[in-house]
Design a protein around this ligand. Structure first.
Ligand code: AMP
Ligand code: ZN
Length: 480
């Protein structure tokens, strides 16, 4: 059973999905006005790993993560460069995707963009106005009537009256039009030089919070399993998303709220003005993306993470030890195969059978750690222990089956962490090797007259989009 620390209840809860075997999760993505920094990479890596672990556990995951592509910072940058805001946002979405690929972060099932979801936002705002959860001010700004939502503050555990004292200090434009300082913007009128859209209230653009309410509903549903992001988003962003969605949809918005702690640099907040600010691109100039990934996962996502050169160097050494172990296993398996010892022909020895449970125990340790609120720190240390065990137990005398079993375990656990162990390998080569192995297993099953098994192998390949064809020259395969 996977347990998740829910920011809402402030405790770990058993994860029970809304629909059996499925997870719908939404992760607030970056505002695209610049290259992403290493702080932005933390939620990306963490929640990609959460997704991978759910999949490892057999869940089907609908993973949605947005790009905020309309915002003051984007508009300012566009004005500086004298181009359209869309030029800036499209440029940095592309750059962000490159960084994600370098960090082996899988693309989301859907990456919606705010500017493509305006009609949905208008619908939701209209609904909120119709039910008195929102109102229009003289200049066309639409505000959310925060106090009307009784549960406001339930995620951040804030008290409305304390919040109000804090907010009074803020001098925000348009403040005088609000019924209450706690009210927040759903739609605002255009200003000179800004992109805008038509709406029933004025030509303008959406406030920031409404996009996530609309996109998570559209791509997942009224109620989603998990909503995630960095801890700075708890208030006000996620609190406002809850107020919007629950008022509009009349049901629970998200069942589990996950928030990663912040990444600091040399124990200080990352900031451009302090000169301690790194983009992912800066780090990729010196380190493999996998090293940054290893570094991020070596600490639990709810603990603050301190970035320093020394820690990166130590992450590099550890990651390389895992890669070397995988390479060594592959080398040994290759040698065995050359000598005609393939896993089909070269079974476990009695001694290997006796010790194999020791290696399998690392998988159990890994799963126990990951089940416990995705404790990647302990998960990675179990992976590391497995590496040490393999290094002292696998050698040229090992049976091919033993080598293959260890390799599978190492690869599978590393894959959950998104750590690539086989570098420079072409995906197509991997696919071909996999399909050839399946064809060989099918031929062996046929020879043994186990036709049910042979058919099952063919069907399983078909499901993966691989079609087999029995010809006179032998079995051929192609992608469907
Ligand atoms: P932003 O582009 O500022 O909206 O941030 C995108 C994501 O990165 C959000 O989930 C933020 O909470 C997260 N984030 C920003 N800075 C950091 C940091 N220093 N450490 C961890 N997460 C961060
Ligand atoms: Zn959001």
């Amino acid at each position: 059973m996977i347990r998740i620390y829910n920011t809402m209840s402030k405790r770990k809860e058993d994860f029970v999905p809304l629909h059996e075997g499925k997870v719908g999760m939404y992760v607030c993505g970056p505002t695209v006005y610049n290259l992403i920094h290493i702080g932005n990479a933390r939620p990306m890596i963490v929640f990609d790993t959460v997704r991978r672990y759910f999949e490892y556990r057999g869940y089907e995951v609908n993973f949605v993560s947005n790009f905020t592509d309309v915002d003051d910072k984007i508009i300012n940058k566009a004005n500086e460069e004298g181009v359209d805001a869309a030029v800036i946002s499209e440029r940095y979405i592309e750059e962000c995707k490159k960084d994600m690929a370098a960090l082996n972060i899988r693309p989301a099932t859907t990456h919606p963009q705010a500017t493509r979801e305006i009609p949905g936002m208008i619908d939701m705002i209209r609904k909120l106005i119709d039910t008195d959860y929102a109102y229009t001010a003289k200049d066309g700004t639409v505000y959310y009537r925060t106090r009307r939502f009784r549960d406001y503050g339930k995620l951040s555990h804030k008290d409305l009256d304390n919040m109000q004292t804090g907010l009074r200090m803020l001098a925000v434009t348009g403040e005088d039009q609000k019924e209450d300082p706690l009210d927040f913007v759903l739609w605002k009128p255009k200003k000179e030089g800004e992109p805008y859209w038509e709406s029933p209230w004025c030509q303008g653009r959406p406030g920031w919070h409404i996009e996530c309410s609309v996109m998570s509903r559209r791509y997942i549903g009224d109620t989603i399993d998990i909503h995630a992001g960095g801890e700075d988003l708890i208030f006000p962003h996620h609190e406002n998303e809850i107020a919007q969605s629950e008022a509009a949809n009349c049901c629970t918005f998200a069942r589990y709220w996950m928030h990663n702690a912040f990444l600091n640099i040399d124990n200080r907040k990352m900031s451009k003005s302090l000169g301690n600010f790194f983009t992912v691109r800066d780090i990729l100039e010196q380190y493999d993306g996998q090293v940054l990934r290893y570094f991020m996962l070596s600490v639990h996502y709810r603990s603050p993470l301190n970035f320093s050169r020394e820690l990166m160097e130590s992450a590099k050494t550890s990651y390389e030890r895992i890669v070397n172990c995988a390479e060594n296993l592959r080398f040994l398996a290759g040698k065995a195969a050359e000598a005609g010892r393939t896993p089909e022909k070269d079974a476990l020895t009695a001694a290997e059978s006796a010790i194999l449970p020791e290696a399998e125990a690392f998988r159990t340790r890994f799963e126990t750690a990951m089940d416990d609120d995705f404790n990647t720190a302990d998960g990675i240390s179990a992976l590391f222990e497995l590496v040490k065990w393999i290094n002292s137990h696998a050698d040229e005398n090992s049976s091919a089956t033993f080598l293959q079993t260890l390799n599978n375990e190492l690869q599978e656990l590393a894959d959950v962490c998104g750590l690539l162990l086989a570098r420079d390998r072409n995906l197509d080569d991997d696919l071909a090797a996999y399909v050839e192995a399946q064809i060989a297993a099918r031929q062996a099953a046929r020879k043994a007259r186990d036709f049910a098994k042979a058919d099952a192998i063919r069907d399983a390949l078909k499901e993966k989009g691989i079609l087999l064809e029995d010809t006179r020259e032998g079995v051929k395969w192609k992608k469907a």
